[in-house]
Each structure stands twice: as C-alpha cells, then as structure tokens.
Write a protein that binds this ligand. Structure first.
Ligand SMILES: NC(=O)c1ccc[n+]([C@@H]2O[C@H](COP(=O)([O-])OP(=O)(O)OC[C@H]3O[C@@H](n4cnc5c(N)ncnc54)[C@H](O)[C@@H]3O)[C@@H](O)[C@H]2O)c1
Length: 246
C-alpha cells in the first residue's frame, strides 16, 4: 500500500469505534496523522484498533461550543488539517413518524447533520487558506432512498448530501474538495439501535446479498480523502452492493 497521505493531519469524527475506527486505521496506514474526535473517546483501544492516532479528543460534534473549542485546539497545536472525515452518527429508534418523539428527532438531526455543518465550517477557512483540503462525509443509502421507521436519520443523511453538494460548489476553485459516501448496512454497534426486522429488511435490499465490510468502505473514503481525488467534488460515492440506482 502506498503512503499517499504521508504526514497529512486528519480529523475523523466518531473515530473511536465502528466505521470511523476502520477509516482511521486505513488512513493511518496510508500515512495520515489521525486525530480522533469522539463523544466517547474511551471506546478507543489502540491495541484492538491496530494503530496509534496522534491525538484522541472528547468532542460532541452536535454541540457548537464543543466543536469550536476542539477545532481551535487542533488549529493551534497541529495547524490546518488536510482531511476531515465527518463520520460520527447515531441511528435513533426505529419507529414510525407518527410515534417519533420531537426531542429524539432533534438529537438525530443534530448528531447526523448539524455536526457536518459545524465541523466543516470550523476547518474550511484554514483549508482554503492553504489551498488544499479533503472533506468526506459518511452519509447513507437511507439519505438517497428514504427508509420507513428511520425518517429522522434518513432526513439528516439527505441533508448531509445536500450540504456536501452546496459546500463543494462554494469551494469549487479553492483546492478543497467536498464529497460524501452513501453506504448500505455495515455490521457495527450502530445496529444495536435497530430492530431485528429493520436489520433483516435492510440486508434483503442489498443485491450482493451481503453486508458491506468496514475495510471496503474505508477504501472508498481513502480515495475521496486523497490527493488523487482532485477533480471530483460535490459527489456521493456509492458503497451499496448494487442497491443504489443513482
Ligand atoms: N453501520 C451501518 O450500517 C451504517 C450504514 C450507513 C451509514 N452509517 C454511518 O456511518 C457512521 C458510523 O456509524 P457506525 O456504524 O460506525 O456507528 P457506531 O455507533 O459503531 O460508531 C459511531 C461512533 O460515533 C460516536 N458518536 C456518536 N455520537 C457522537 C457525537 N455527538 N459526537 C462525537 N462522536 C459521536 C460514537 O461514540 C461512536 O464511537 C454514522 O454516520 C452512520 O450513520 C452506518
């Protein structure tokens, strides 16, 4: 594997476990200097993860103050990041819209969508200043298609896709690219927030008849986060085992 990200300061939100940890491991193997942001940094275990980040910070990406404080620390200590991966997310409960509690709706939108705005906004000026950056957001096939029972999650992910396309257009001549990836289901602790019926229905919709692997998704992100992804911005990369139709 080439170390095409050698020395690049990289923020990965929700990087303490699951998909974020897998992305962090892959980008670190490509040479990136990874900083993990997570609301539960204690989840991170470098032995289990198989790599050492340069820093692990406690951040609630849905909280404007928490993001602003952590971003300032990063900018002061490490300088402008080259890569920001907006990965942190929650599924929320699987219930119909008519039973969806407003507070829960707000939290799902905040963690999955407000966070993408807050974290991107915090680093864009420094990335533009150095005329280079890669922002990659982990969206979901749910944001393209809509899924019954998880309207808040699907709405937030659709919003993250709209945000990606908008910010990409704002930064199109800056050297900073902004892309997203829309995965299908991956076996992580996130599935503990879902019902067995919901998981079965999601699996049944994947034409490859298997779940997506964390390493497979990390490989897509690794390309979108690399210097090679230089003429692609505002795009949503597919990782859906043949499910996506656009
Ligand atoms: N697992 C799937 O099937 C799947 C499919 C499509 C998209 N995704 C997306 O991938 C991303 C990662 O999901 P995962 O499956 O690894 O989930 P996970 O629950 O295993 O890990 C999520 C990580 O995000 C952190 N986190 C949660 N809220 C946070 C907050 N407010 N601030 C900072 N960190 C926070 C958690 O502590 C955890 O470490 C999410 O955005 C999710 O929506 C997952």
């Amino acid at each position: 594997m080439t170390r095409k990200l050698e020395g690049q300061i990289t923020i990965i939100t929700g990087g303490a476990r699951g998909i974020g940890r897998g992305i962090a491991k892959r980008l670190a193997a490509d040479g990136a200097q990874v900083i993990i942001w997570d609301i539960r940094p204690e989840y991170f275990d470098s032995v289990a993860a198989g790599f050492e980040p340069i820093d692990t910070m406690a951040v609630d990406v849905a909280d404007p103050e928490s993001v602003a404080t952590a971003a300032q620390t990063v900018l002061t200590t490490y300088g402008a990041p080259s890569i920001v991966v907006n990965n942190a997310g929650i599924n929320g409960p699987v219930v119909p819209v008519t039973d969806y509690d407003f507070e829960t709706w707000r939290r799902v939108i905040q963690v999955n969508l407000d966070s993408v705005f807050l974290v991107s906004r915090a680093f864009v000026p420094a990335m533009v200043e150095k005329s280079y950056g890669r922002i990659v957001t982990v969206a979901s096939i749910a944001g393209k298609e809509g899924v019954p029972g998880i309207a808040a999650y699907a709405s937030a992910k659709a919003g993250a896709i709209g945000f990606t396309k908008s910010l990409a257009k704002e930064l199109v001549t800056s050297g900073v690219t902004v892309n997203a990836v829309a995965p299908v289901m991956v076996e992580t602790e996130l599935l503990e927030q879902m019902t067995a019926e919901h998981i079965a229905a999601s699996k049944a919709k994947i034409p490859m008849q298997r779940l997506l692997g964390i390493e497979e998704l990390a490989a897509v992100v690794a390309f979108a986060a690399s210097p090679e992804c230089s003429c692609t911005t505002g795009f949503v990369f597919d990782a859906s085992g043949g499910r996506a139709t656009y």
